[in-house]
Design a protein around this ligand. Structure first.
Ligand SMILES: Cc1cc2nc3c(=O)[nH]c(=O)nc-3n(C[C@H](O)[C@H](O)[C@H](O)COP(=O)(O)OP(=O)(O)OC[C@H]3O[C@@H](n4cnc5c(N)ncnc54)[C@H](O)[C@@H]3O)c2cc1C
Length: 535
């Protein structure tokens, strides 16, 4: 399988001055960044007749939905499991509209997540609310009442999120009064940590460990995470999980085909240096080589802190608006061990499920501190894209793949932050090798037969993520999903600059569904016809 997405059988255009000179310089909307959010905004706005130019710094579009390959193996950068795709949910309808139904789904099965807890217990999460609640009640018969109250709280938090995010769709002048009202309903969920809420319910630590076992999907353990966000993710997966047929590059192929069909243009290797602002109004963008494109509207779909700090005139970063955005912490940095096998790993322990391995029952453990020689990662995620979708393999060769992720401190890698991709020193390479070997040793305990057949591995670090996705500190999900994040009123599509909007996970919520919804919210700022597609 090729990991490079195409449209109409062709690769995406790469920026060159010559190429740009052949194109119009004046657009209705310029979008910076082709992640799920940028692509979604581009598709919606081009369908409404806007002339859209989508600029991406990478040589392939898709942001964290891009794929990469080595020696015939294929991996996904940031797509392993997506909820709400099994039936016609609002999220599924949104994606079908944006991609003209070009994306098909593979269910991860009746049990989609497996957890290996620190105390030796293994649990699989089933794909219906009834079975999930039944499982919790069977495992914790003394906490049946607590479980019922917890489920009610999750449902209420999810309902209240419509108010929290819905206010973003209003014109700026209405936002402040509506925000005051919405806070009455949302603060009790979104401005409390998960741990606070669960402790108040009187939930035992053992049950807390199980109901928060999916925290890796949003990057913050219960003592840090916002309960409202925790509830959103629990509900996102309450009917199980799916994987896009053909791997995550199908997002770019499906959605950007719609942009192209509606006369939009996509240019890769087009790194925006700055947004052009005249009299506090955006007029276009300047690329790194000085080339300028002009537009009525500019949207930044790049990470929000990168936008504020690097792409706007300094006075906006120094303003109250900019400062409060820059104060929100990044979600954790991560490493990913990408593995290849030339054996059928589905016969050696790999399956469609996502596997989560906890080394300890410490509810707060998050980061793997490699300098402690005996320390193992407190949480490890592993999944098998080629088992989920055999289309990952070349026609005549078994080329199975596994992806293994864990969270690490940015500080471990910070000293190389100014070095270039593929030009880092031996110490960095040695660190990568040590981390790989130690991760492999952990995996051997749970997947001995499969790991015995390992034929290729490569570690991506926070510096790799920073290089390819412009993610600050190689953060996995953008901004931290903490109460502080949801207290920051400035996180949304509106900015102090006229005709300049923000989109992306940082403006709404993490994940593919969060990014896609944020793209539509921002599109609705420019054309209200996007609104019905959000509901
Ligand atoms: C390892 C990992 C696993 C994940 N697993 C899942 C999962 O299983 N399910 C799920 O729902 N979510 C998952 N996610 C999260 C999800 O992939 C992301 O939250 C989401 O795709 C982010 O979308 P975005 O559009 O907001 O940002 P991004 O995808 O980061 O897009 C931003 C784009 O802007 C571009 N850009 C930045 N600066 C510039 C510039 N100056 N000029 C031009 N372009 C620029 C970047 O190159 C990038 O393409 C995962 C993420 C990671 C990292």
């Amino acid at each position: 399988m090729s990991v490079i997405p195409t449209i109409n059988g062709k690769k995406f255009k790469q920026y060159s001055k010559l190429q740009a000179q052949k194109m119009s310089q004046k657009w209705d909307v310029i979008i910076i960044g082709s992640g799920m959010a940028g692509m979604s905004a581009a598709s919606a706005l081009s369908k409404f007749g806007k002339k859209v130019l989508l600029l991406e710094q990478h040589y392939i579009p898709g942001g964290f939905t891009h794929m990469y390959g080595r020696k015939g193996y294929a991996w996904d950068a940031g797509t392993h499991a997506i909820g709400e795709m099994k039936t016609q949910t609002p999220v599924k309808k949104m994606l079908d509209w944006l991609s003209a139904k070009k994306i098909d789904w593979i269910s991860l099965g009746k049990e989609y997540d497996r957890f290996y807890f620190g105390n030796g217990k293994v649990m699989n999460f089933p794909d219906t609310p009834k079975e999930m609640i039944g499982l919790l009640k069977r495992e914790f018969p003394n906490e049946v009442d607590v479980i019922d109250r917890y489920i009610t709280l999750c449902k209420n938090a999810v309902t209240s999120s419509r108010l929290l995010f819905g206010k973003n769709m209003l014109p700026s002048s209405f936002q402040s009064p509506v925000s005051k009202i919405s806070k009455l309903f949302t603060d009790k969920y979104f401005l409390k940590t998960t741990k606070e809420v669960l402790n108040k319910l009187g939930m035992s630590n053992e049950l807390q460990r199980v109901v928060t076992a999916q925290w890796g999907y949003y990057g913050n353990p219960p003592f840090e995470s916002s309960f409202g966000l925790h509830a959103l993710v629990v509900w996102h997966f309450i009917h199980g999980a799916s994987y896009p047929k053909g791997g995550s590059k199908v997002f770019a192929e499906g959605i950007l085909q719609e942009v192209a069909n509606h006369h939009g243009e996509i240019l890769c290797r087009a790194r925006v240096k700055r947004v052009l602002v005249d009299n506090d109004r955006a007029t276009g963008v300047e690329l790194e080589d000085g080339y300028k494109f002009f537009a009525k509207y500019v949207i930044s779909a790049a990470a929000i802190k990168t936008t504020v700090k690097n792409l706007l005139p300094e006075k906006f970063a120094l303003s109250d608006w900019g400062r409060s955005i820059l104060e929100v912490k990044n979600s954790p940095s991560y490493i990913s061990l990408n593995m290849g096998f030339e054996e059928d790993i589905s016969k050696l322990g790999a399956d469609l499920k996502n596997h989560w391995i906890y080394a300890t029952d410490d509810l707060d453990a998050k980061l793997w501190k490699i300098e402690n020689k005996d320390e193992v990662p407190p949480i490890i995620y592993i999944s098998f894209p080629s088992v989920k979708d055999p289309g990952h393999m070349l026609k005549d060769k078994l080329k199975h793949t596994a992806e293994c992720i864990t969270f690490v401190p940015w500080e471990t890698f910070a000293k190389w932050k100014d070095s270039d991709y593929q030009d880092r020193d031996q110490e960095y390479e040695d660190l990568k090798e040590e981390m790989s070997k130690r991760l492999i040793a952990c995996l051997q305990k749970h997947f001995p037969a499969m790991m015995a057949k390992l034929s290729y591995y490569e570690l991506s670090t926070p510096l790799t993520t920073k290089h390819f996705a412009e993610s600050r500190n190689g953060a996995i999900y953008g901004l931290d999903c903490t109460p502080e994040r949801f207290a920051c009123q400035e996180l949304g599509p509106n900015t102090p600059i006229k005709n300049f909007y923000l989109t992306g996970v940082d403006t709404l919520a993490p994940g593919i569904a969060g990014a896609m919804s944020s793209g539509l919210v921002t599109a609705a700022k420019i054309d209200l016809r996007a609104l019905p597609h959000l509901l």
